[in-house]
Design a protein. Structure first.
Length: 276
């Protein structure tokens, strides 16, 4: 009898302990969610741009894509690689759509390491359309060492790798400011209101007139930021336009199919009702 009562008391104590543990876990989860919400509210809201490629029928601005490639080549490519993109992609439908001759000329401007040759040695040659974009550094270690210990990320799919996508990239490029009074920055670190902690190790890459657009467009900071963001969005989503076109076709098909099903069912039920 005593043993039975002791067993029941142990079960009650165990249940109370489990409830207490659950209560503590739920409390910690609630506090964690509240803390994250407070942190998200403290972040500066991203600049929202009405991009031409947004929406179901969105398309890339060809001129902006070509200007964006120029900004990437003349400004960004000195530090950032783009290992998933080939020069021939620049001439494909849905992208900058450079002509075949333009793509060949663009690729030939770069020296590419190739080989080995008949003597077993590596050699350099002019680039071809089939080559990947030339990387500014031979390896990750060299890139890290040349940038003060901060590895510059590959830009091929950078837009998809960052929360906020195109708006985030544009906002960061436009977010460089003088730090507010009392805000401390370490050596080699810059103030950017759209970065976590408001700090970034990359100096402001854009300044008015740093690029001379071949089409005569004025190269303001905002224009360059918009153009290079458009280009980076395309490299991350090269089939965006084709996907949008397919989506429109699917919507039209489903709409017509649904209408036909509705009319057919209506006709069938009208016959059934008439036979009753």
């Amino acid at each position: 009898m005593v043993a039975c009562l002791n067993q029941r008391w142990l079960e009650v104590i165990e249940k109370m302990s489990n409830l207490r543990a659950r209560f503590i876990i739920l409390t910690l989860i609630f506090l964690s969610i509240s803390f994250n919400n407070v942190r998200s509210e403290e972040k500066t809201k991203l600049i929202e741009i009405d991009w031409s490629f947004k929406g179901v029928t969105g398309k890339f601005d060809r001129a902006s894509l070509q200007r964006g490639y120029q900004v990437y080549t003349e400004v960004c490519a000195s530090c950032h690689s783009m290992n998933l993109v080939s020069y021939r992609n620049l001439g494909e439908p849905g992208g900058p759509e450079f002509s075949v001759e333009q793509v060949k000329a663009i690729a030939a401007n770069f020296e590419v390491e190739d080989g080995p040759n008949a003597d077993g040695e590596m050699f350099t040659r002019p680039g071809r359309p089939s080559d990947k974009f030339v990387s500014p550094y031979p390896n990750v270690q060299a890139a890290t060492a040349a940038n003060g210990g901060a590895y510059p990320p590959d830009m091929s799919v950078l837009v998809k790798a960052r929360k906020g996508g195109s708006d985030y990239i544009y906002s960061v490029l436009m977010g460089y400011e003088d730090p507010p009074a009392g805000f401390e920055l370490e050596d080699g670190v810059y103030y950017n209101k759209y970065m976590d902690g408001k700090k970034i190790k990359m100096s402001n890459p854009l300044s008015e007139g740093i690029v001379t657009y071949s089409d005569g467009t004025q190269a303001t900071e905002a224009q360059m930021a918009k153009d290079v963001t458009t280009f980076l969005t395309w490299t991350a989503e090269p089939h965006l336009e084709a996907r949008h076109k397919m989506g429109v076709k699917v919507i039209i098909f489903l709409t017509i199919f649904s209408l036909l099903v509705y009319l057919s069912m209506r006709r069938i039920w009208s016959r059934i009702d008439s036979e009753k």
